[in-house]
Design a protein around this ligand. Sequence first.
Ligand SMILES: NC(=O)c1ccc[n+]([C@@H]2O[C@H](COP(=O)([O-])OP(=O)(O)OC[C@H]3O[C@@H](n4cnc5c(N)ncnc54)[C@H](O)[C@@H]3O)[C@@H](O)[C@H]2O)c1
Length: 371
Amino acid sequence: MIIGTPKEIKNNEYRVALVPDGVKEFVKNGHEVLIEKGAGVGSGFSDEYYQKAGAHIVDTDELYKRAEMIYKVKEMLPEEFRYLREGMILFTYIHSNAFREQTDALLESKTVGIAYEDIEDKDGKFPLLKPMSEIAGKGGMIIGLQYAQKINGGNGLMLARVHGVKTPEITIIGAGVAGIGAAEIAVNLGNKVTILDIDLDKLEKAKQILPPNVELLYSNAKNLEECLVRSDVIVNCILWPKWRKDHMISKDMMKIMKQGSLILDVSCDEGGAIETCRATSHDDPIYVEEGITHYCVDNIPAAFPQTSTYSLCNATLPYALQIANKGYEKALKENKYLRKGLTCYFGELTLEETGIKQNRPYKTPEEILDI
Ligand SMILES: NC(=O)c1ccc[n+]([C@@H]2O[C@H](COP(=O)([O-])OP(=O)(O)OC[C@H]3O[C@@H](n4cnc5c(N)ncnc54)[C@H](O)[C@@H]3O)[C@@H](O)[C@H]2O)c1
């Protein structure tokens, strides 16, 4: 198979899907790899590294024209829609739910779209979200330190323990991968950290990992309200069900929060758990609503490309190799976990949640693949 990895064009996106060692794996398995000129530079890989690993460096047009599988990081942007074509495999984070225009383009072009974020493992977890969640949680907290600073539009609070001064309070909602990552950074700077979760097993696991001064609270309305009143920073790290129309923190509830405090919405689900959250970019990351600074960048790991590119490629490569070695149809038929990621197939939508959210007809991957 011919695999093509383009340069990402999303705002401040420096990650690349494939590292040079990954190229070697494809070549070893008899495939041809095309890398767009300069695609890896932002992550520290020159074109020469890729060439040495056996890839061909090409321009954008040649890449999209020749590649049978486009292996990338972020969703397709409108400028890239013209490259979509019938039967082309797109293996990337697609987020078809959030990007209606892209879903239209994928369906019209009859692309075979397989989304990283929907691939599951045997425990029903999301193995291709996990590595980025850790980086998003830790990275979100590190970036948050910056937006608490007065010179960056914050309230001027140093998010660290300073003797003689009240210690800042940080509440993290969700003790999953991102939440624990954020907590590790926050607590190591000496902040008073509280974590809320509805899953007691997750809280128990957090107890084993984090120091004893971290408060671990069951997530209910009363505990959340108390945290909103006393916290300087709220970090949202929960996956809010896509079908829910209500919010965990409504606009109204923000009135009880400290003016000038900070919401870091790592989950970044627009109109989801936090009513006032809307996605922002690294170029324009914050806005103020109800007197609260909001940071809602939806590609936090892009700020740390050297770390996140390796972490992402480690997780996605085994699936990309399966698709290349077996062909998409056999790979999807044989691997029910990979099949969960099938978003669209020759003009048919195959992801239920996008069908429901966007009110479109859909079929299950099993129906479409005749399994
Ligand atoms: N902004 C970015 O760049 C970026 C990057 C990667 C991931 N993410 C997002 O980060 C979010 C978290 O991902 P994760 O991998 O840590 O998920 P996870 O499944 O590991 O953790 C989510 C946690 O939230 C808890 N939870 C669910 N409902 C809750 C409630 N009402 N109150 C309190 N806790 C609740 C769950 O029990 C779970 O422990 C996801 O939405 C993901 O899309 C964002």
